[in-house]
Design a protein around this ligand. Structure first.
Ligand SMILES: *Cc1c(COP(=O)(O)O)cnc(C)c1O
Length: 427
């Protein structure tokens, strides 16, 4: 089919996610991926500055992972996971436990980031239910994003993403991101809740970087204080590492920056290196133990038809093999250092409201007439500017960010900085 045919049929038959249906331009047809590049139907070679949708770790169509997936496809493509098991799921669980904080002991599989979060929330509720308590309330951060299912939306920020569903979302205590100025006050408010109410079940957070909020960053030490306080009051802590996992923040998991370990950890995006949809919710032994009982009603009744899909698990195993290579960590540290140098160079730039980086994530908040907001009109014009220079970005409103695949070379990264530099100069 010609590109025009594809675009026309796309418009006729396909409904795209997060897309303003009336004014959106025809989507760009990608025909091939290789390494850090996409190739579109017009023959343009496009440097992928955002790891597709923050999922790709080692480059597109990496021969090693493709080989693993392909072998799996000729061995076992799917099996029911209740009463049955298979080697890729077991191997992956064992290896993930080896990388996760020490207190993590069980792996529960699902299909994506939202379900990984949903499972985490339900594990907490099941845990308290099985103890015969009525604890049902969650604490979450303002501006959080935890996915698009109802539980995920409930603990997420209330904004344009979920206006239509607002009255159906459950009540959550939203607290500001902690910093040096407000940490004591937040702790006081929480102490107040813990003393006066005994209904708090869990605390969910994106550790260190809030992705969809605009790559908003905060310090591990304040999160550590909040986790400590919550754990003192038996509040179960969930780290949503869907975006931050697998080296993104410079450590294998963002939780490795913490002294107080979360009880539950949600993973997805980078889990399969961007190959297959897969979600993981890991938990500490006490969460699992609460569901081990003679009483059948204490069972955790949750599962998906594609739970622990063998093909997806094989992709994840292939990606983990690459994650464990020293070359990958060399790349992660190269990207982190170059990002940091770029931040230092552009700190206090008058066209920028803020510039920041954490590990392989770089974010610039562009000064615009409009406030910083997801619907800020700057988004489309920034994306178009970069596309014309052969780079794919997808700003969150006026927040331009770079979260590249780890295979990007130093010169390719410098090319990205060069274009950012020009773009700011031309503002
Ligand atoms: C993307 C994301 C999710 C949702 O994951 P999906 O796979 O898109 O459902 C949840 N939490 C965080 C922190 C995310 O970045």
């Amino acid at each position: 089919m010609s590109n025009t045919d594809i675009q026309q049929k796309d418009k006729q038959f396909v409904w795209h996610p997060f897309t303003h249906l009336k004014y959106a331009e025809a989507p760009i047809q990608i025909v091939r991926g290789e390494g850090a590049y996409f190739y579109d139907a017009d023959g343009n070679k496009l440097l992928d500055g955002i790891s597709s949708w923050w999922v790709n770790l080692h480059g597109h169509c990496h021969p090693y992972i493709s080989q693993k997936v392909s072998e799996q496809l000729y061995t076992l493509e799917h099996t029911i996971f209740s009463s049955f098991t298979h080697e890729p799921a077991v191997k992956l669980a064992e290896r993930l436990i080896g990388h996760l904080p020490e207190n993590q002991s069980k792996i529960f599989y699902s299909d994506n980031g939202s379900t990984a979060v949903e499972v985490g929330l339900k594990m907490v509720l099941q845990y308290w239910h099985n103890q015969g308590t009525q604890k049902k309330k969650f604490i979450a951060f303002e501006n959080a994003y935890h996915g698009d299912t109802f539980g995920g939306m409930s603990v997420g920020a209330r904004n344009v993403f979920n206006n239509a569903f607002e009255n159906l979302l459950f009540d959550v205590i939203h607290i500001p991101l902690p910093d040096v100025d407000n940490i004591e006050q937040i702790k006081e408010v929480l102490e107040g809740w813990f003393t006066n109410h005994h209904d708090i079940a869990g605390f969910i957070f994106e550790p260190l970087v809030q992705g969809a909020a605009g790559m908003v960053m905060y310090e591990a030490k304040y999160l550590d204080e909040l986790i400590a306080l919550c754990q003192q009051h038996q509040v179960v802590c969930i780290a949503d590492e869907v975006m931050t996992g697998f080296g993104r923040t410079g450590e294998f998991f963002a939780s490795h920056y913490l002294t107080n370990k979360p009880d539950i950890i949600c993973l997805s995006k980078g889990l399969t290196g961007g190959y297959m949809p897969l979600g993981v919710t890991s938990c500490a032994q006490f969460i699992y133990d609460a569901c081990v009982s003679d009483d059948k009603t204490k069972t955790f009744f949750h599962g998906h038809s594609y739970t622990a899909n063998p093909t997806a698990c094989s992709a994840a195993l292939g990606s983990l093999d690459l994650m464990e290579k020293k070359e990958t960590w060399y790349q992660i540290s190269m990207i982190s250092q170059l990002h940091q140098a770029f931040v230092t160079k552009h700190q206090n730039h008058f066209k920028l409201k803020h510039i920041r980086s954490k590990g392989t994530i770089l974010a610039l908040e562009i000064n615009t007439e409009e406030h910083t907001h997801y619907l800020n009109h700057a988004s489309e014009s920034i994306a178009t500017y970069f596309y014309k220079k052969g780079i794919i970005v997808r700003p969150l409103g006026n927040i331009l960010y770079i979260i590249p695949p780890y295979c990007i070379s130093e010169s390719e990264l410098n090319q990205v900085y060069e274009v950012i530099h020009e773009f700011i100069a031309e503002l």
